[in-house]
Design a protein around this ligand. Structure first.
Ligand SMILES: Nc1nc2c(ncn2[C@@H]2O[C@H](COP(=O)(O)OP(=O)(O)OP(=O)(O)O)[C@@H](O)[C@H]2O)c(=O)[nH]1
Length: 329
């Protein structure tokens, strides 16, 4: 766009429109200053607004300086191009607002240029301006709708991809990466502002035997059943994620070791009552749970997870189907 301003300015300059050429040259200059400012300040929002504003307003100013729509018709295409480029670096509804602004300017410009209000009637020149305005509004709206539709599809695809990248496909709960992101954010918040949280590692006991005895499909059903049990037994501020295989992780904000232990025991005993239907006998399962809490000396979330993992290992070593904390309580 900056290059476009440079070309337009040069074209105008050598066509004898010396002072008018300052407007596109000004556009190029502001663009360079704006992007240099972005490079150093990283204030994307400010730069975005300035760039969209000059992209819509300066072509109109250039047009006025040339004497209206007819002598400068092509310039206005510059604006619609800038607005469409807006789709790539801002929200599509923000782009829509800029487009409505652009349409309002075109309509206002067309009406003023046609002289309809001053003259009280419209002559052949005025009529051609009004037709030109109508034509411009219709074609730019059609082009805008096409781009808006395309941008909507891209946005929907982006949302779907984000959901896929964050969700475990078997259980529909956050996957390992996403639960880590959640825990890391909360860890940083608690480290800075104070507070506490607990982390629970949960593992289905002898899951290999379930697979071997009942088949892989029943194994998958057990994982889903356990996942439902977890989501049904947590507060809405807690987060659950599939850590991998038959291992899950529960993140409990504002919880002490004792509170987390009570919650873990509830999950542990609830699992004993669960059954997954199979062709033969129902499949029952138990879980082992290890818990730890945030301490002020922790430097990263992995340290708390490692402690919970040690507690889980102890629960397994001690005969499974039980809850262990680290430190022990
Ligand atoms: N059905 C099914 N099995 C899985 C899935 N992910 C991992 N597994 C199986 O889970 C089993 C885990 O076995 P182990 O790590 O030995 O653990 P375990 O048998 O539960 O033994 P303990 O944890 O010591 O009680 C492995 O056989 C994996 O192949 C899955 O998504 N579905």
């Amino acid at each position: 766009m900056g290059l476009g301003g440079l070309l337009w300015g040069t074209l105008s300059f050598f066509s004898g429109l010396v002072w008018q050429s300052l407007i596109p040259y000004g556009y190029t200059l502001i663009t360079i200053v704006n992007f240099t400012y972005l490079y150093f300040s990283k204030k994307f929002e400010v730069v975005r607004i300035i760039q969209m504003a000059i992209s819509v307003l300066l072509p109109f100013l250039f047009q006025i300086s040339l004497g209206g729509f007819i002598p400068s018709g092509a310039v206005i295409i510059w604006s619609i191009l800038s607005i469409l480029v807006g789709f790539t670096f801002q929200n599509r509804f923000t782009t829509l607002r800029w487009f409505i602004f652009y349409l309002a300017l075109i309509i206002a410009g067309g009406i003023i240029d046609s002289n309809i209000f001053l003259a009280g009637s419209v002559d052949t020149y005025g009529l051609s301006i009004l037709f030109f305005t109508l034509n411009l509004c219709v074609t730019s709206t059609i082009i805008f709708i096409m781009f808006f539709y395309f941008a909507t599809n891209v946005d929907n695809l982006k949302t779907q991809l984000e959901t896929l990248a964050h969700t475990d496909s078997l259980t529909n709960i956050p996957n390992r990466r996403h639960i880590f992101e959640i825990m890391e954010t909360e860890f940083n918040r608690v480290k800075r502002s104070g507070g506490t949280f607990a982390v629970m590692m949960l593992d289905i006991d002898h899951f290999k035997k379930i697979n071997d005895n009942f088949g892989h499909a029943t194994g998958d059903e057990v994982i889903k059943c356990f996942s439902r049990c977890l989501t049904g037994n947590i507060r809405n501020i807690d987060s659950v994620g599939r850590y991998g295989g038959e291992e899950f992780i529960l993140f409990l904000p504002d919880s002490t070791l004792e509170q987390a232990r009570i919650s873990a025991q509830r999950i542990n005993s609830h699992c004993r009552d669960l059954q997954v239907g199979t062709m033969n006998s129902p499949c029952e399962f138990t879980v082992s749970i290890g818990i730890s809490v945030f301490t002020r000396t922790d430097n990263c979330i992995d340290e708390i997870i490692a402690r919970a993992d040690t507690a889980l290992y102890q629960a397994k070593e001690n005969g499974r189907d039980q809850v262990r904390t680290n430190p022990a309580v």
